[in-house]
Design a protein around this ligand. Structure first.
Ligand code: SF4
Ligand code: ZN
Length: 374
């Protein structure tokens, strides 16, 4: 018997070996493109065989790829990862080379970072942000991490912070931590009831505000965010379904050059979720596998699931949808020029009104709390 441990939700099943990975996944009704299959410290491909006595972890990554070859395309050694959207496979070293190369090319082609830039990296403790931080350190950039304790579940928040601290400690880099409860007296789960904003919308506004402020106050040149291809394709699908021309004009791997905010860049925007998960695993990065406990209401998740269905049937769909938009369609949408900005009278950040959206939300929360305690 082999033991198969599935994460999210956690459960264990036993299978009789020997069996190929693809057979086990098919029997468990799992799409190979959405998981990493892990035995000890190695990744298994669909053609690998699970033997009796094996202990296998099946770790979800939400989306990704797989191919028919199990030899590395570059060096012909045994492949550890299959990328179906590229119809190829790589061994560990060649995959890491491919990943770094993709990040370097994205940085160069979109002029995301310049030599000497001080980069503030937004890190949640998940695979994408830590993979991004790791690869930027590896490529020699001057980076500092920025983590927000959002209070999205006590254990989840504590574990996210622990993981970010441990990563920073192991690489000898600085981590700046902002604690919402300590600095503002509330956490994300408090906001929907008191402000009427959906949880993820309140959380997004909070994260955008705090990192922009930290970057400005700390004198950073640029903010790096770990959004990957799956994230960007899901945002694009949402913007397209609503034909939101203003958002379509603004969506892209570099944001904010002309807005008075510190520039934001997304060096992983052409790498899939499975590719970032594979990079994090192969680099032995300890990341938080569990998802945010409040993710259920996130509309982007539905768009991701819809795109996963299309990707399963036609690998490469997400890349051509998003890449085609960036390369050929984005220029057809025009945004209105940036509005005249003033300093928020409460926090000093640029805003078109007197008070920025974050400070208005905080004020609404305070008023509601004081009315309820009166
Ligand atoms: Fe915030 Fe929603 Fe993401 Fe959780 S799932 S971290 S609440 S945006
Ligand atoms: Zn403000």
């Amino acid at each position: 018997m082999a033991t198969i441990v599935l994460r999210n939700p956690r459960r264990e099943v036993s299978v009789d070996g020997p069996k190929r990975v693809k057979v086990v996944l098919r029997d468990l009704d799992i799409d190979a493109d959405t998981v990493l299959v892990i035995r000890g410290d190695e990744l298994l491909t669909r053609e690998d065989v699970i033997e009796d006595g094996d202990h296998i972890e099946i770790r979800p990554v939400i989306s990704g790829g797989a191919a028919t070859t199990t030899k590395c395309r570059r060096c012909k050694a045994k492949a550890v990862v299959e990328l179906r959207r590229h119809n190829t496979a790589f061994c560990k070293e060649c995959f890491l080379h491919f990943f770094r190369n993709q990040v370097s090319r994205a940085i160069e082609s979109d002029r995301m970072l310049r030599e000497g830039d001080r980069v503030l990296v937004a890190v949640s403790g998940g695979k994408d942000s830590l993979a991004l931080w790791d690869v930027l350190i590896d490529l020699g950039y001057d980076t500092t991490g920025f983590h927000i304790v959002l209070g999205t579940g006590d254990e989840y928040a504590a574990e996210s912070l622990r993981i970010c601290r441990s990563f920073a400690g192991s690489r000898g880099v600085e981590l700046v931590v902002s604690d919402l409860a300590a600095e503002f007296g509330f956490t994300i789960p408090d906001l929907p009831h008191d402000t009427g904003r959906p949880t993820c919308s309140a959380c997004g506004l909070t994260k955008r505000h705090l990192i922009s402020k930290a970057a400005r106050d700390g004198g950073f040149d640029v903010i790096a965010i770990g959004h990957n291809l799956d994230d960007e394709a899901a945002v694009l699908l949402g913007n397209t379904l609503r034909w939101d021309a203003e958002y379509l004009a603004r969506q892209g791997p570099v944001l904010g050059d002309d807005t008075g905010f510190v520039r934001k860049v997304k060096p992983l925007h052409r790498l899939s979720e499975k590719e970032t998960a594979t990079y994090a695993f192969l680099r032995r990065i300890d990341y938080l596998v569990e998802e945010c406990p409040l993710v259920a209401g996130n509309t982007q998740l539905r768009y991701k699931q819809a795109l996963d269905l299309l990707e399963q049937a036609a690998p490469g769909t997400k890349a051509s949808f998003y890449g085609g938009f960036i390369d050929r369609a984005k220029e057809r949408f025009t945004a209105e020029g940036p509005p005249a900005l003033h300093a928020c009278s409460s926090c000093g950040m640029p805003t078109p009104g007197d008070v920025c959206a974050f400070c208005r939300m905080v004020e609404m929360k305070r008023r509601k709390a004081s009315r309820e305690s009166a």
